[in-house]
Write a new protein. Structure first.
Length: 263
């Protein structure tokens, strides 16, 4: 049985399902490799418009697999450095994917599972979902997921979550910015978010993600102004922008809009 299942629908929505329900979809080397390859491949596939990550069974992702952590504790520093590097590459593949990425959380998202949520562009949760940056309970630290967590919730909230390792509910996750919506019917909410994403130009979305990854909170420097000006000047002359303007003026759907089912 694959640790990650994958599908692609007619609109270009790829669905990835963490598929280790017997261990609440905890990470091991196999799942990390499968997720990394999936985000790299889907990000490069022009047929893919958005990527949705979910978990099979009762949980989204319980973080690190106990047996994986045991192997790490019994291995030399060189093995641990290579292993942690692979985990970091997986997080980067998700965060840097040029396609919009979404996480739909039910049950628990612990440790690295919370990291997946923080690294996704959009995160939805059911009301009963719970989140924790739980590494300190095991004498560890959330090192690899830390940059994504800080970006999602801010430094003070990230410190609080990491230092206490306490669980928070979906509403608190919404309040601090770890998720964007809490919905009783997560699938209906997901459909609404996907409809909005698919109405936008896919090249523009990729350009936006690349630009935003280079921006920092703080003073807007001359270098930042130059970067943003050069970026929009280039984008304006692209085929997608020309199509977008033409569609607006002609009051018709843009070419990237999914075709409506005639039935």
């Amino acid at each position: 049985m694959s640790s990650l299942t994958q599908s692609l629908d007619a609109r270009g929505v790829a669905r990835l399902t963490l598929n280790r329900p017997e261990v609440f979809n905890a990470f091991d080397e196999g799942l990390i490799a499968a997720l990394t390859q999936a985000y790299v491949n889907l990000g490069a596939d022009p047929a893919v418009r958005a990527i949705v990550l979910t978990g099979a069974g009762k949980a989204f992702c319980a973080g690190a697999d106990v047996q994986w952590m045991r192997r790490a504790s019994e291995s030399p520093l060189s093995w641990n450095e290579e292993d942690a590097g692979r985990f970091a590459a997986m997080m980067a593949a998700l965060h840097d994917c040029p396609k919009p990425t979404l996480a739909v959380v039910h049950g628990v998202a612990l440790g690295g599972g919370a990291g997946l949520v923080a690294a996704s562009d959009i995160a939805l949760a059911t009301p009963a979902a719970q989140f924790a940056v739980s590494e300190a309970r095991l004498g560890l630290i959330p090192s690899v997921i830390a940059p994504y967590l800080v970006n999602a919730v801010g430094l003070r909230q990230a410190r609080r979550l990491g230092l206490t390792a306490s669980r928070i509910g979906a509403e608190e996750a919404l309040r601090i910015g770890l998720v964007h919506e809490v919905a009783d019917d997560a699938q209906s909410a997901l459909t609404r978010w996907l409809d909005e994403l698919l109405a936008c130009g896919p090249q523009a979305q990729g350009d936006l993600k690349r630009l935003f990854s280079r921006l920092e909170v703080g003073p807007i420097t001359p270098e930042t102004r130059e970067l943003t000006a050069r970026t929009i000047a280039r984008v304006r002359l692209g085929d997608e922008a020309r199509e977008g303007f033409s569609a607006f003026l002609e009051k018709r759907p843009a070419s990237w809009m999914p075709k409506k089912d005639p039935t």
